[in-house]
Design a protein. Structure first.
Length: 305
């Protein structure tokens, strides 16, 4: 799957992933009203509104981008109906030939980790039949339980030709409380980055490993170091735009070939119509505003090359 992701980035000239992280405050009124009319003010109504909102954004942007990244917590908060909306979103994105990165941040050990890997990337055996479940192409994983927590995911990825993005240096302000702690004179995130590179050596695509890393756009100097530590790992870069990351700050995350990183934007794209810059589109044309925000992001990122 890493080969497909790299190929689509080359074809679109857009190292961008759209974060499908819906909140009800993001969903235009006309979508919510229609969903509540059909399903009532219920969890099913909320799930329908979120699904229709996501569908509109995918329809407006799928030809411009290589991938989407639904954040599972935004769906889990609405229970089983919310998870149905997550499932429908993943399946629809794949119908549009988008690579799907499941932002699930799982991490446990042994059979628990294996079960998470099966749910999001693998297949489950039921009697004589086999079923794919949520069936994302990549999943985000927390490595802080060590190899015991990662190996079950890697095993499933090898079987299914799928991949991981492992948390190394996250974009949130307090990430340094643990990730920047010095161990034998080096910050913890460097040790984690080295381990990601090692895990990736056993699961390589043509040019890059199936085992990538998450490194926040808000820490470009750290990104520069980690790029050297993990030369064959694709880096998923959150924190661009709304969290303060800039296009110029993204330069260290890319290799000399212009590849090696994919930059996430969530609110900046899916809520574009609520921004002053795109207010002229109006809520009824929210998806067109999202499309324009993608075009602007592509132009912004391409300016650094």
């Amino acid at each position: 799957m890493i080969n497909k992701l790299v190929d689509k980035i080359k074809k679109t000239n857009a190292p961008i992933v759209v974060g499908l992280d819906p909140m009800m405050s993001y969903v235009p009124k006309q979508i919510t009203e229609k969903a509540f009319q059909d399903f009532g003010e219920t969890l099913e109504g909320v799930a329908e509104a979120i699904w229709q909102y996501n569908k509109g954004i995918i329809d407006a942007t799928y030809d411009l981008i290589p991938a989407v990244k639904p954040q599972i917590a935004m769906y889990e908060q609405f229970g089983i109906p919310g998870m149905t909306a997550f499932d429908k979103t993943v399946k629809y994105a794949k119908e549009k030939d988008l690579v799907v990165i499941g932002d699930v941040k799982r991490g446990d050990i042994g059979s628990t980790s294996a079960a998470y890997a099966t749910a999001h990337l693998g297949k489950v055996q039921v009697g004589s039949k086999t079923y794919s479940l949520f069936d994302e192409d990549f999943a985000t994983v927390n490595p802080y339980l060590g190899t015991d927590g990662i190996k079950p995911f890697v095993d499933v990825c090898k079987d299914e030709k799928k991949g991981l993005f492992i948390l190394v240096k996250t974009s949130n302000p307090s990430s340094g409380e643990f990730q920047d702690r010095l161990i034998e004179g080096r910050p913890l995130y460097e040790w984690v980055g080295e381990q990601v590179a090692k895990w990736g050596e056993d699961h390589m695509g043509d040019d890059y490993s199936y085992i990538g890393a998450v490194v926040g756009a808000t820490y470009p100097e750290m990104g520069k170091v980690l790029r050297k530590i993990m030369p064959k790992s694709y880096i998923l870069v959150p924190g661009y735009g709304a969290q303060g990351g800039t296009a110029e700050g993204l330069r260290p995350y890319f290799n000399e070939d212009g590849l090696g990183a994919i930059v996430n934007s969530s609110r900046g794209i899916i809520c574009a119509y609520q921004q002053e810059k795109y207010a002229g589109f109006g809520a009824e044309n929210y998806a067109d505003a999202s499309r324009q925000a993608v075009l602007d992001m592509i132009e912004d990122i391409q300016s650094i090359f």
